[in-house]
Design a protein. Sequence first.
Length: 437
Amino acid sequence: MSRQTAEELIKFIEKSPSSFHAIDTMSRELEAAGFRHLYEEEAWEFQAGGKYYVTRNGSSVIAFTIPANEMKSFQIIASHSDSPTFKLKENPEIEVEKQFVKLNVEKYGGMLMAPWFDRPLSLAGRLLVQEEDKIVTHLVNVDRDLVMIPSLAIHMDRKANEGYVYNPQVDLLPLLGGAGTKGSLMKILGESAGVSPEAVLGMDIYLYNRTKGSIWGAEEEFVSSGRLDDLQCAFASLKALLASENQDHVMVHCVLDNEEVGSLTRQGAASTFLKDTLERIAGCLGKDREGYLRAIASSFMLSADNGHSVHPNYQDKTDDSNRPYINGGIVLKFNASQKYTTDGTSAAVFRSICRSANVPCQTYVNRSDIPGGSTLGNISNGQVSVHMADIGLPQLAMHSPYETSGVKDTEYLIEAARAFYSADIEILNGGTYKVNM
Ligand code: CO
């Protein structure tokens, strides 16, 4: 079962080389499961028991179910659709001595740079194309090995193994072609998207790793792929939503773009996308402002973003008494400065759900002398202030273009997320919580 789920995860990620493709992949699965596409620009109407989804920018999605009974609250799982990569700049082709064409790119997010070298890469994203009197979005994925970032030979830099400071403007520019290939990029992109290159007016195109996902290890206990952070959580949350039913609250699967660059975009966790959507749901279900605020006060959210396993070569990088391991179950993340939203309350509620679902739960806290990353939970809480816990799956090599996690863990998250969606979390008089499974 775990193995099959890991294979499905690999396929899901293969179909999702950019955040646009991730949302497209999820939209197709939602459609197939009977979810109806709503558009923010149009009027919304719901049927009791109906299932819907809405996207923003084509790179964030919120899918939700309307309960058969009067809606009491929202139970939300949020994850992110983007991963650190390199974005093509405008006018990306640079000719080198008439013998090479390389691409001008800039960093998107905080990636590990070294593993981007010497592996087949390609390009995916979207093109904005003039078609008669309209500008139309086309997803594009050049589905072949197209570019590479070659290392400098050890003979030309004898100190290469003694630590190197990468300059993204110099070291990380991918090679596209040889002599005579200037001008081929837009043709290749246009051909892949089935559009004329002259009609392209805009683009958002990113590098991605072509190395296929792999299941490996002595007992095939590890799964490696690009974009596990955070498509592993997005995948698990979607699978759980499709397998859950609830008659009393709105189940919300929310996958937001731009987490890796701070979330402050029209479709990111700092935007009004989630808030606008929840308000509209409440409004369309006949709730007034007070009704909406009461629903929000009773709501619960899991911010699901991958965390760090203890690393077998660097054990001392993990906190002394909170030591998550791959295949040890879901990681509940804590931080006194509340970069992670988990507190005593939300930890208790989440642990109670995991206990009922028989899913193991581990804890992550940064070492006090190593500042950790941040995620979308506390950012989202600025717009939609609900009880929240930060969770994730333990992984190695976070922000490498090829990350490693556990075969069992995806299954654990699906189970816990299903239990979370199906449970009714009641918040009584501010300090008492009842989890009805
Ligand atoms: Co992440």
